[in-house]
Design a protein around this ligand. Structure first.
Ligand SMILES: C[S@@+](CC[C@H](N)C(=O)[O-])C[C@H]1O[C@@H](n2cnc3c(N)ncnc32)[C@H](O)[C@@H]1O
Length: 238
């Protein structure tokens, strides 16, 4: 399906996750209506940017290094990183609008200004991020897709990893956290295949979180249910 095109010119990308869940609370609707546009990293969608003109990251972040969180869920880790590193510009992407609304509430509370949001599929922002422009990427508890016939839907497949690799700068770190042993297996095969090196003893070995970690909602659920987190660190070679 990847070579068929949408009427907008976009490549057809199947998305198997959820765009919307429970009815939004009135304050969440307000966050989306009032705050989301101001946090846009620029024109990402194919409708707004059919020529796929690269984003002007300097206009948003000046000379700050740029980081990217893929599938931020409720945004707790994203806001924590933005607060911890005010000298970094951080972009989060998440197609699940309820998660985006939760993030916006946290952004208001924290008052962070070094954060931008793409409320959509990470693959669309990979098209428009300049090559080599991202210094760190986070993939935290990606959708597990436990059935074998669904493993090709996982983020750790070449059609996601290769465009991610292209937008990362040489030397950039790529952090992956998961509680699913078979996801670890696939990650350790596919991520190096895309060109990354695994820092097996990297900042924190795989059993321990990174020093600046902030436990996500999904991780807390996994821990409550007795599953073990794995923290893997990769690097794009220089
Ligand atoms: C299991 S949840 C984990 C959320 C969060 N990172 C956490 O740890 O709580 C996975 C998230 O990835 C998002 N996701 C799935 N496919 C995506 C894609 N192609 N681009 C960006 N986010 C995606 C889903 O909407 C979902 O919120």
């Amino acid at each position: 399906m990847t070579d068929t095109k949408h009427p907008s010119g976009a490549p057809w990308r199947n998305f198997y996750g959820r765009f919307k869940g429970k009815t939004l609370r009135p304050n969440q609707k307000d966050y989306l209506e009032s705050d989301l546009d101001a946090l846009s990293p620029g024109a990402v969608s194919w409708e707004e940017n059919p020529d796929r003109t690269p984003l002007d990251l300097k206009a948003h972040f000046g000379d700050k290094p740029v980081w990217l969180e893929i599938g931020f869920g409720g945004g707790e880790h994203l806001v924590h990183q933005a607060q911890t590193y005010p000298d970094v510009g951080i972009i989060g992407c998440e197609p699940f609008i309820n998660g985006v609304a939760m993030l916006l509430g946290k952004v208001r509370d924290a008052g962070v200004t070094n954060l931008r949001v793409h409320p959509g599929d990470a693959r669309d922002i990979f098209d428009v991020l300049p090559e080599g422009s991202v210094d760190k990427a986070f993939l935290l508890y990606p959708d597990p897709w436990p059935k074998k016939r669904h493993h090709r839907r996982r983020f750790v497949t070449q059609n996601h990893l290769q465009p991610l690799y292209a937008v990362l700068a040489p030397g950039a770190e790529f952090r992956v956290a998961t509680d699913i042993p078979d996801y670890v297996r696939q990650t350790l095969i596919e991520v190096p295949k895309a060109g990354f090196e695994w820092l097996a003893d990297g900042p924190g070995d795989w059993r321990h979180p990174w020093g600046d970690w902030y436990s996500t909602r999904y991780e807390m659920k996994a821990l409550r249910e007795g599953r073990m987190p794995h923290y893997m660190t990769f690097r794009k070679p220089t």
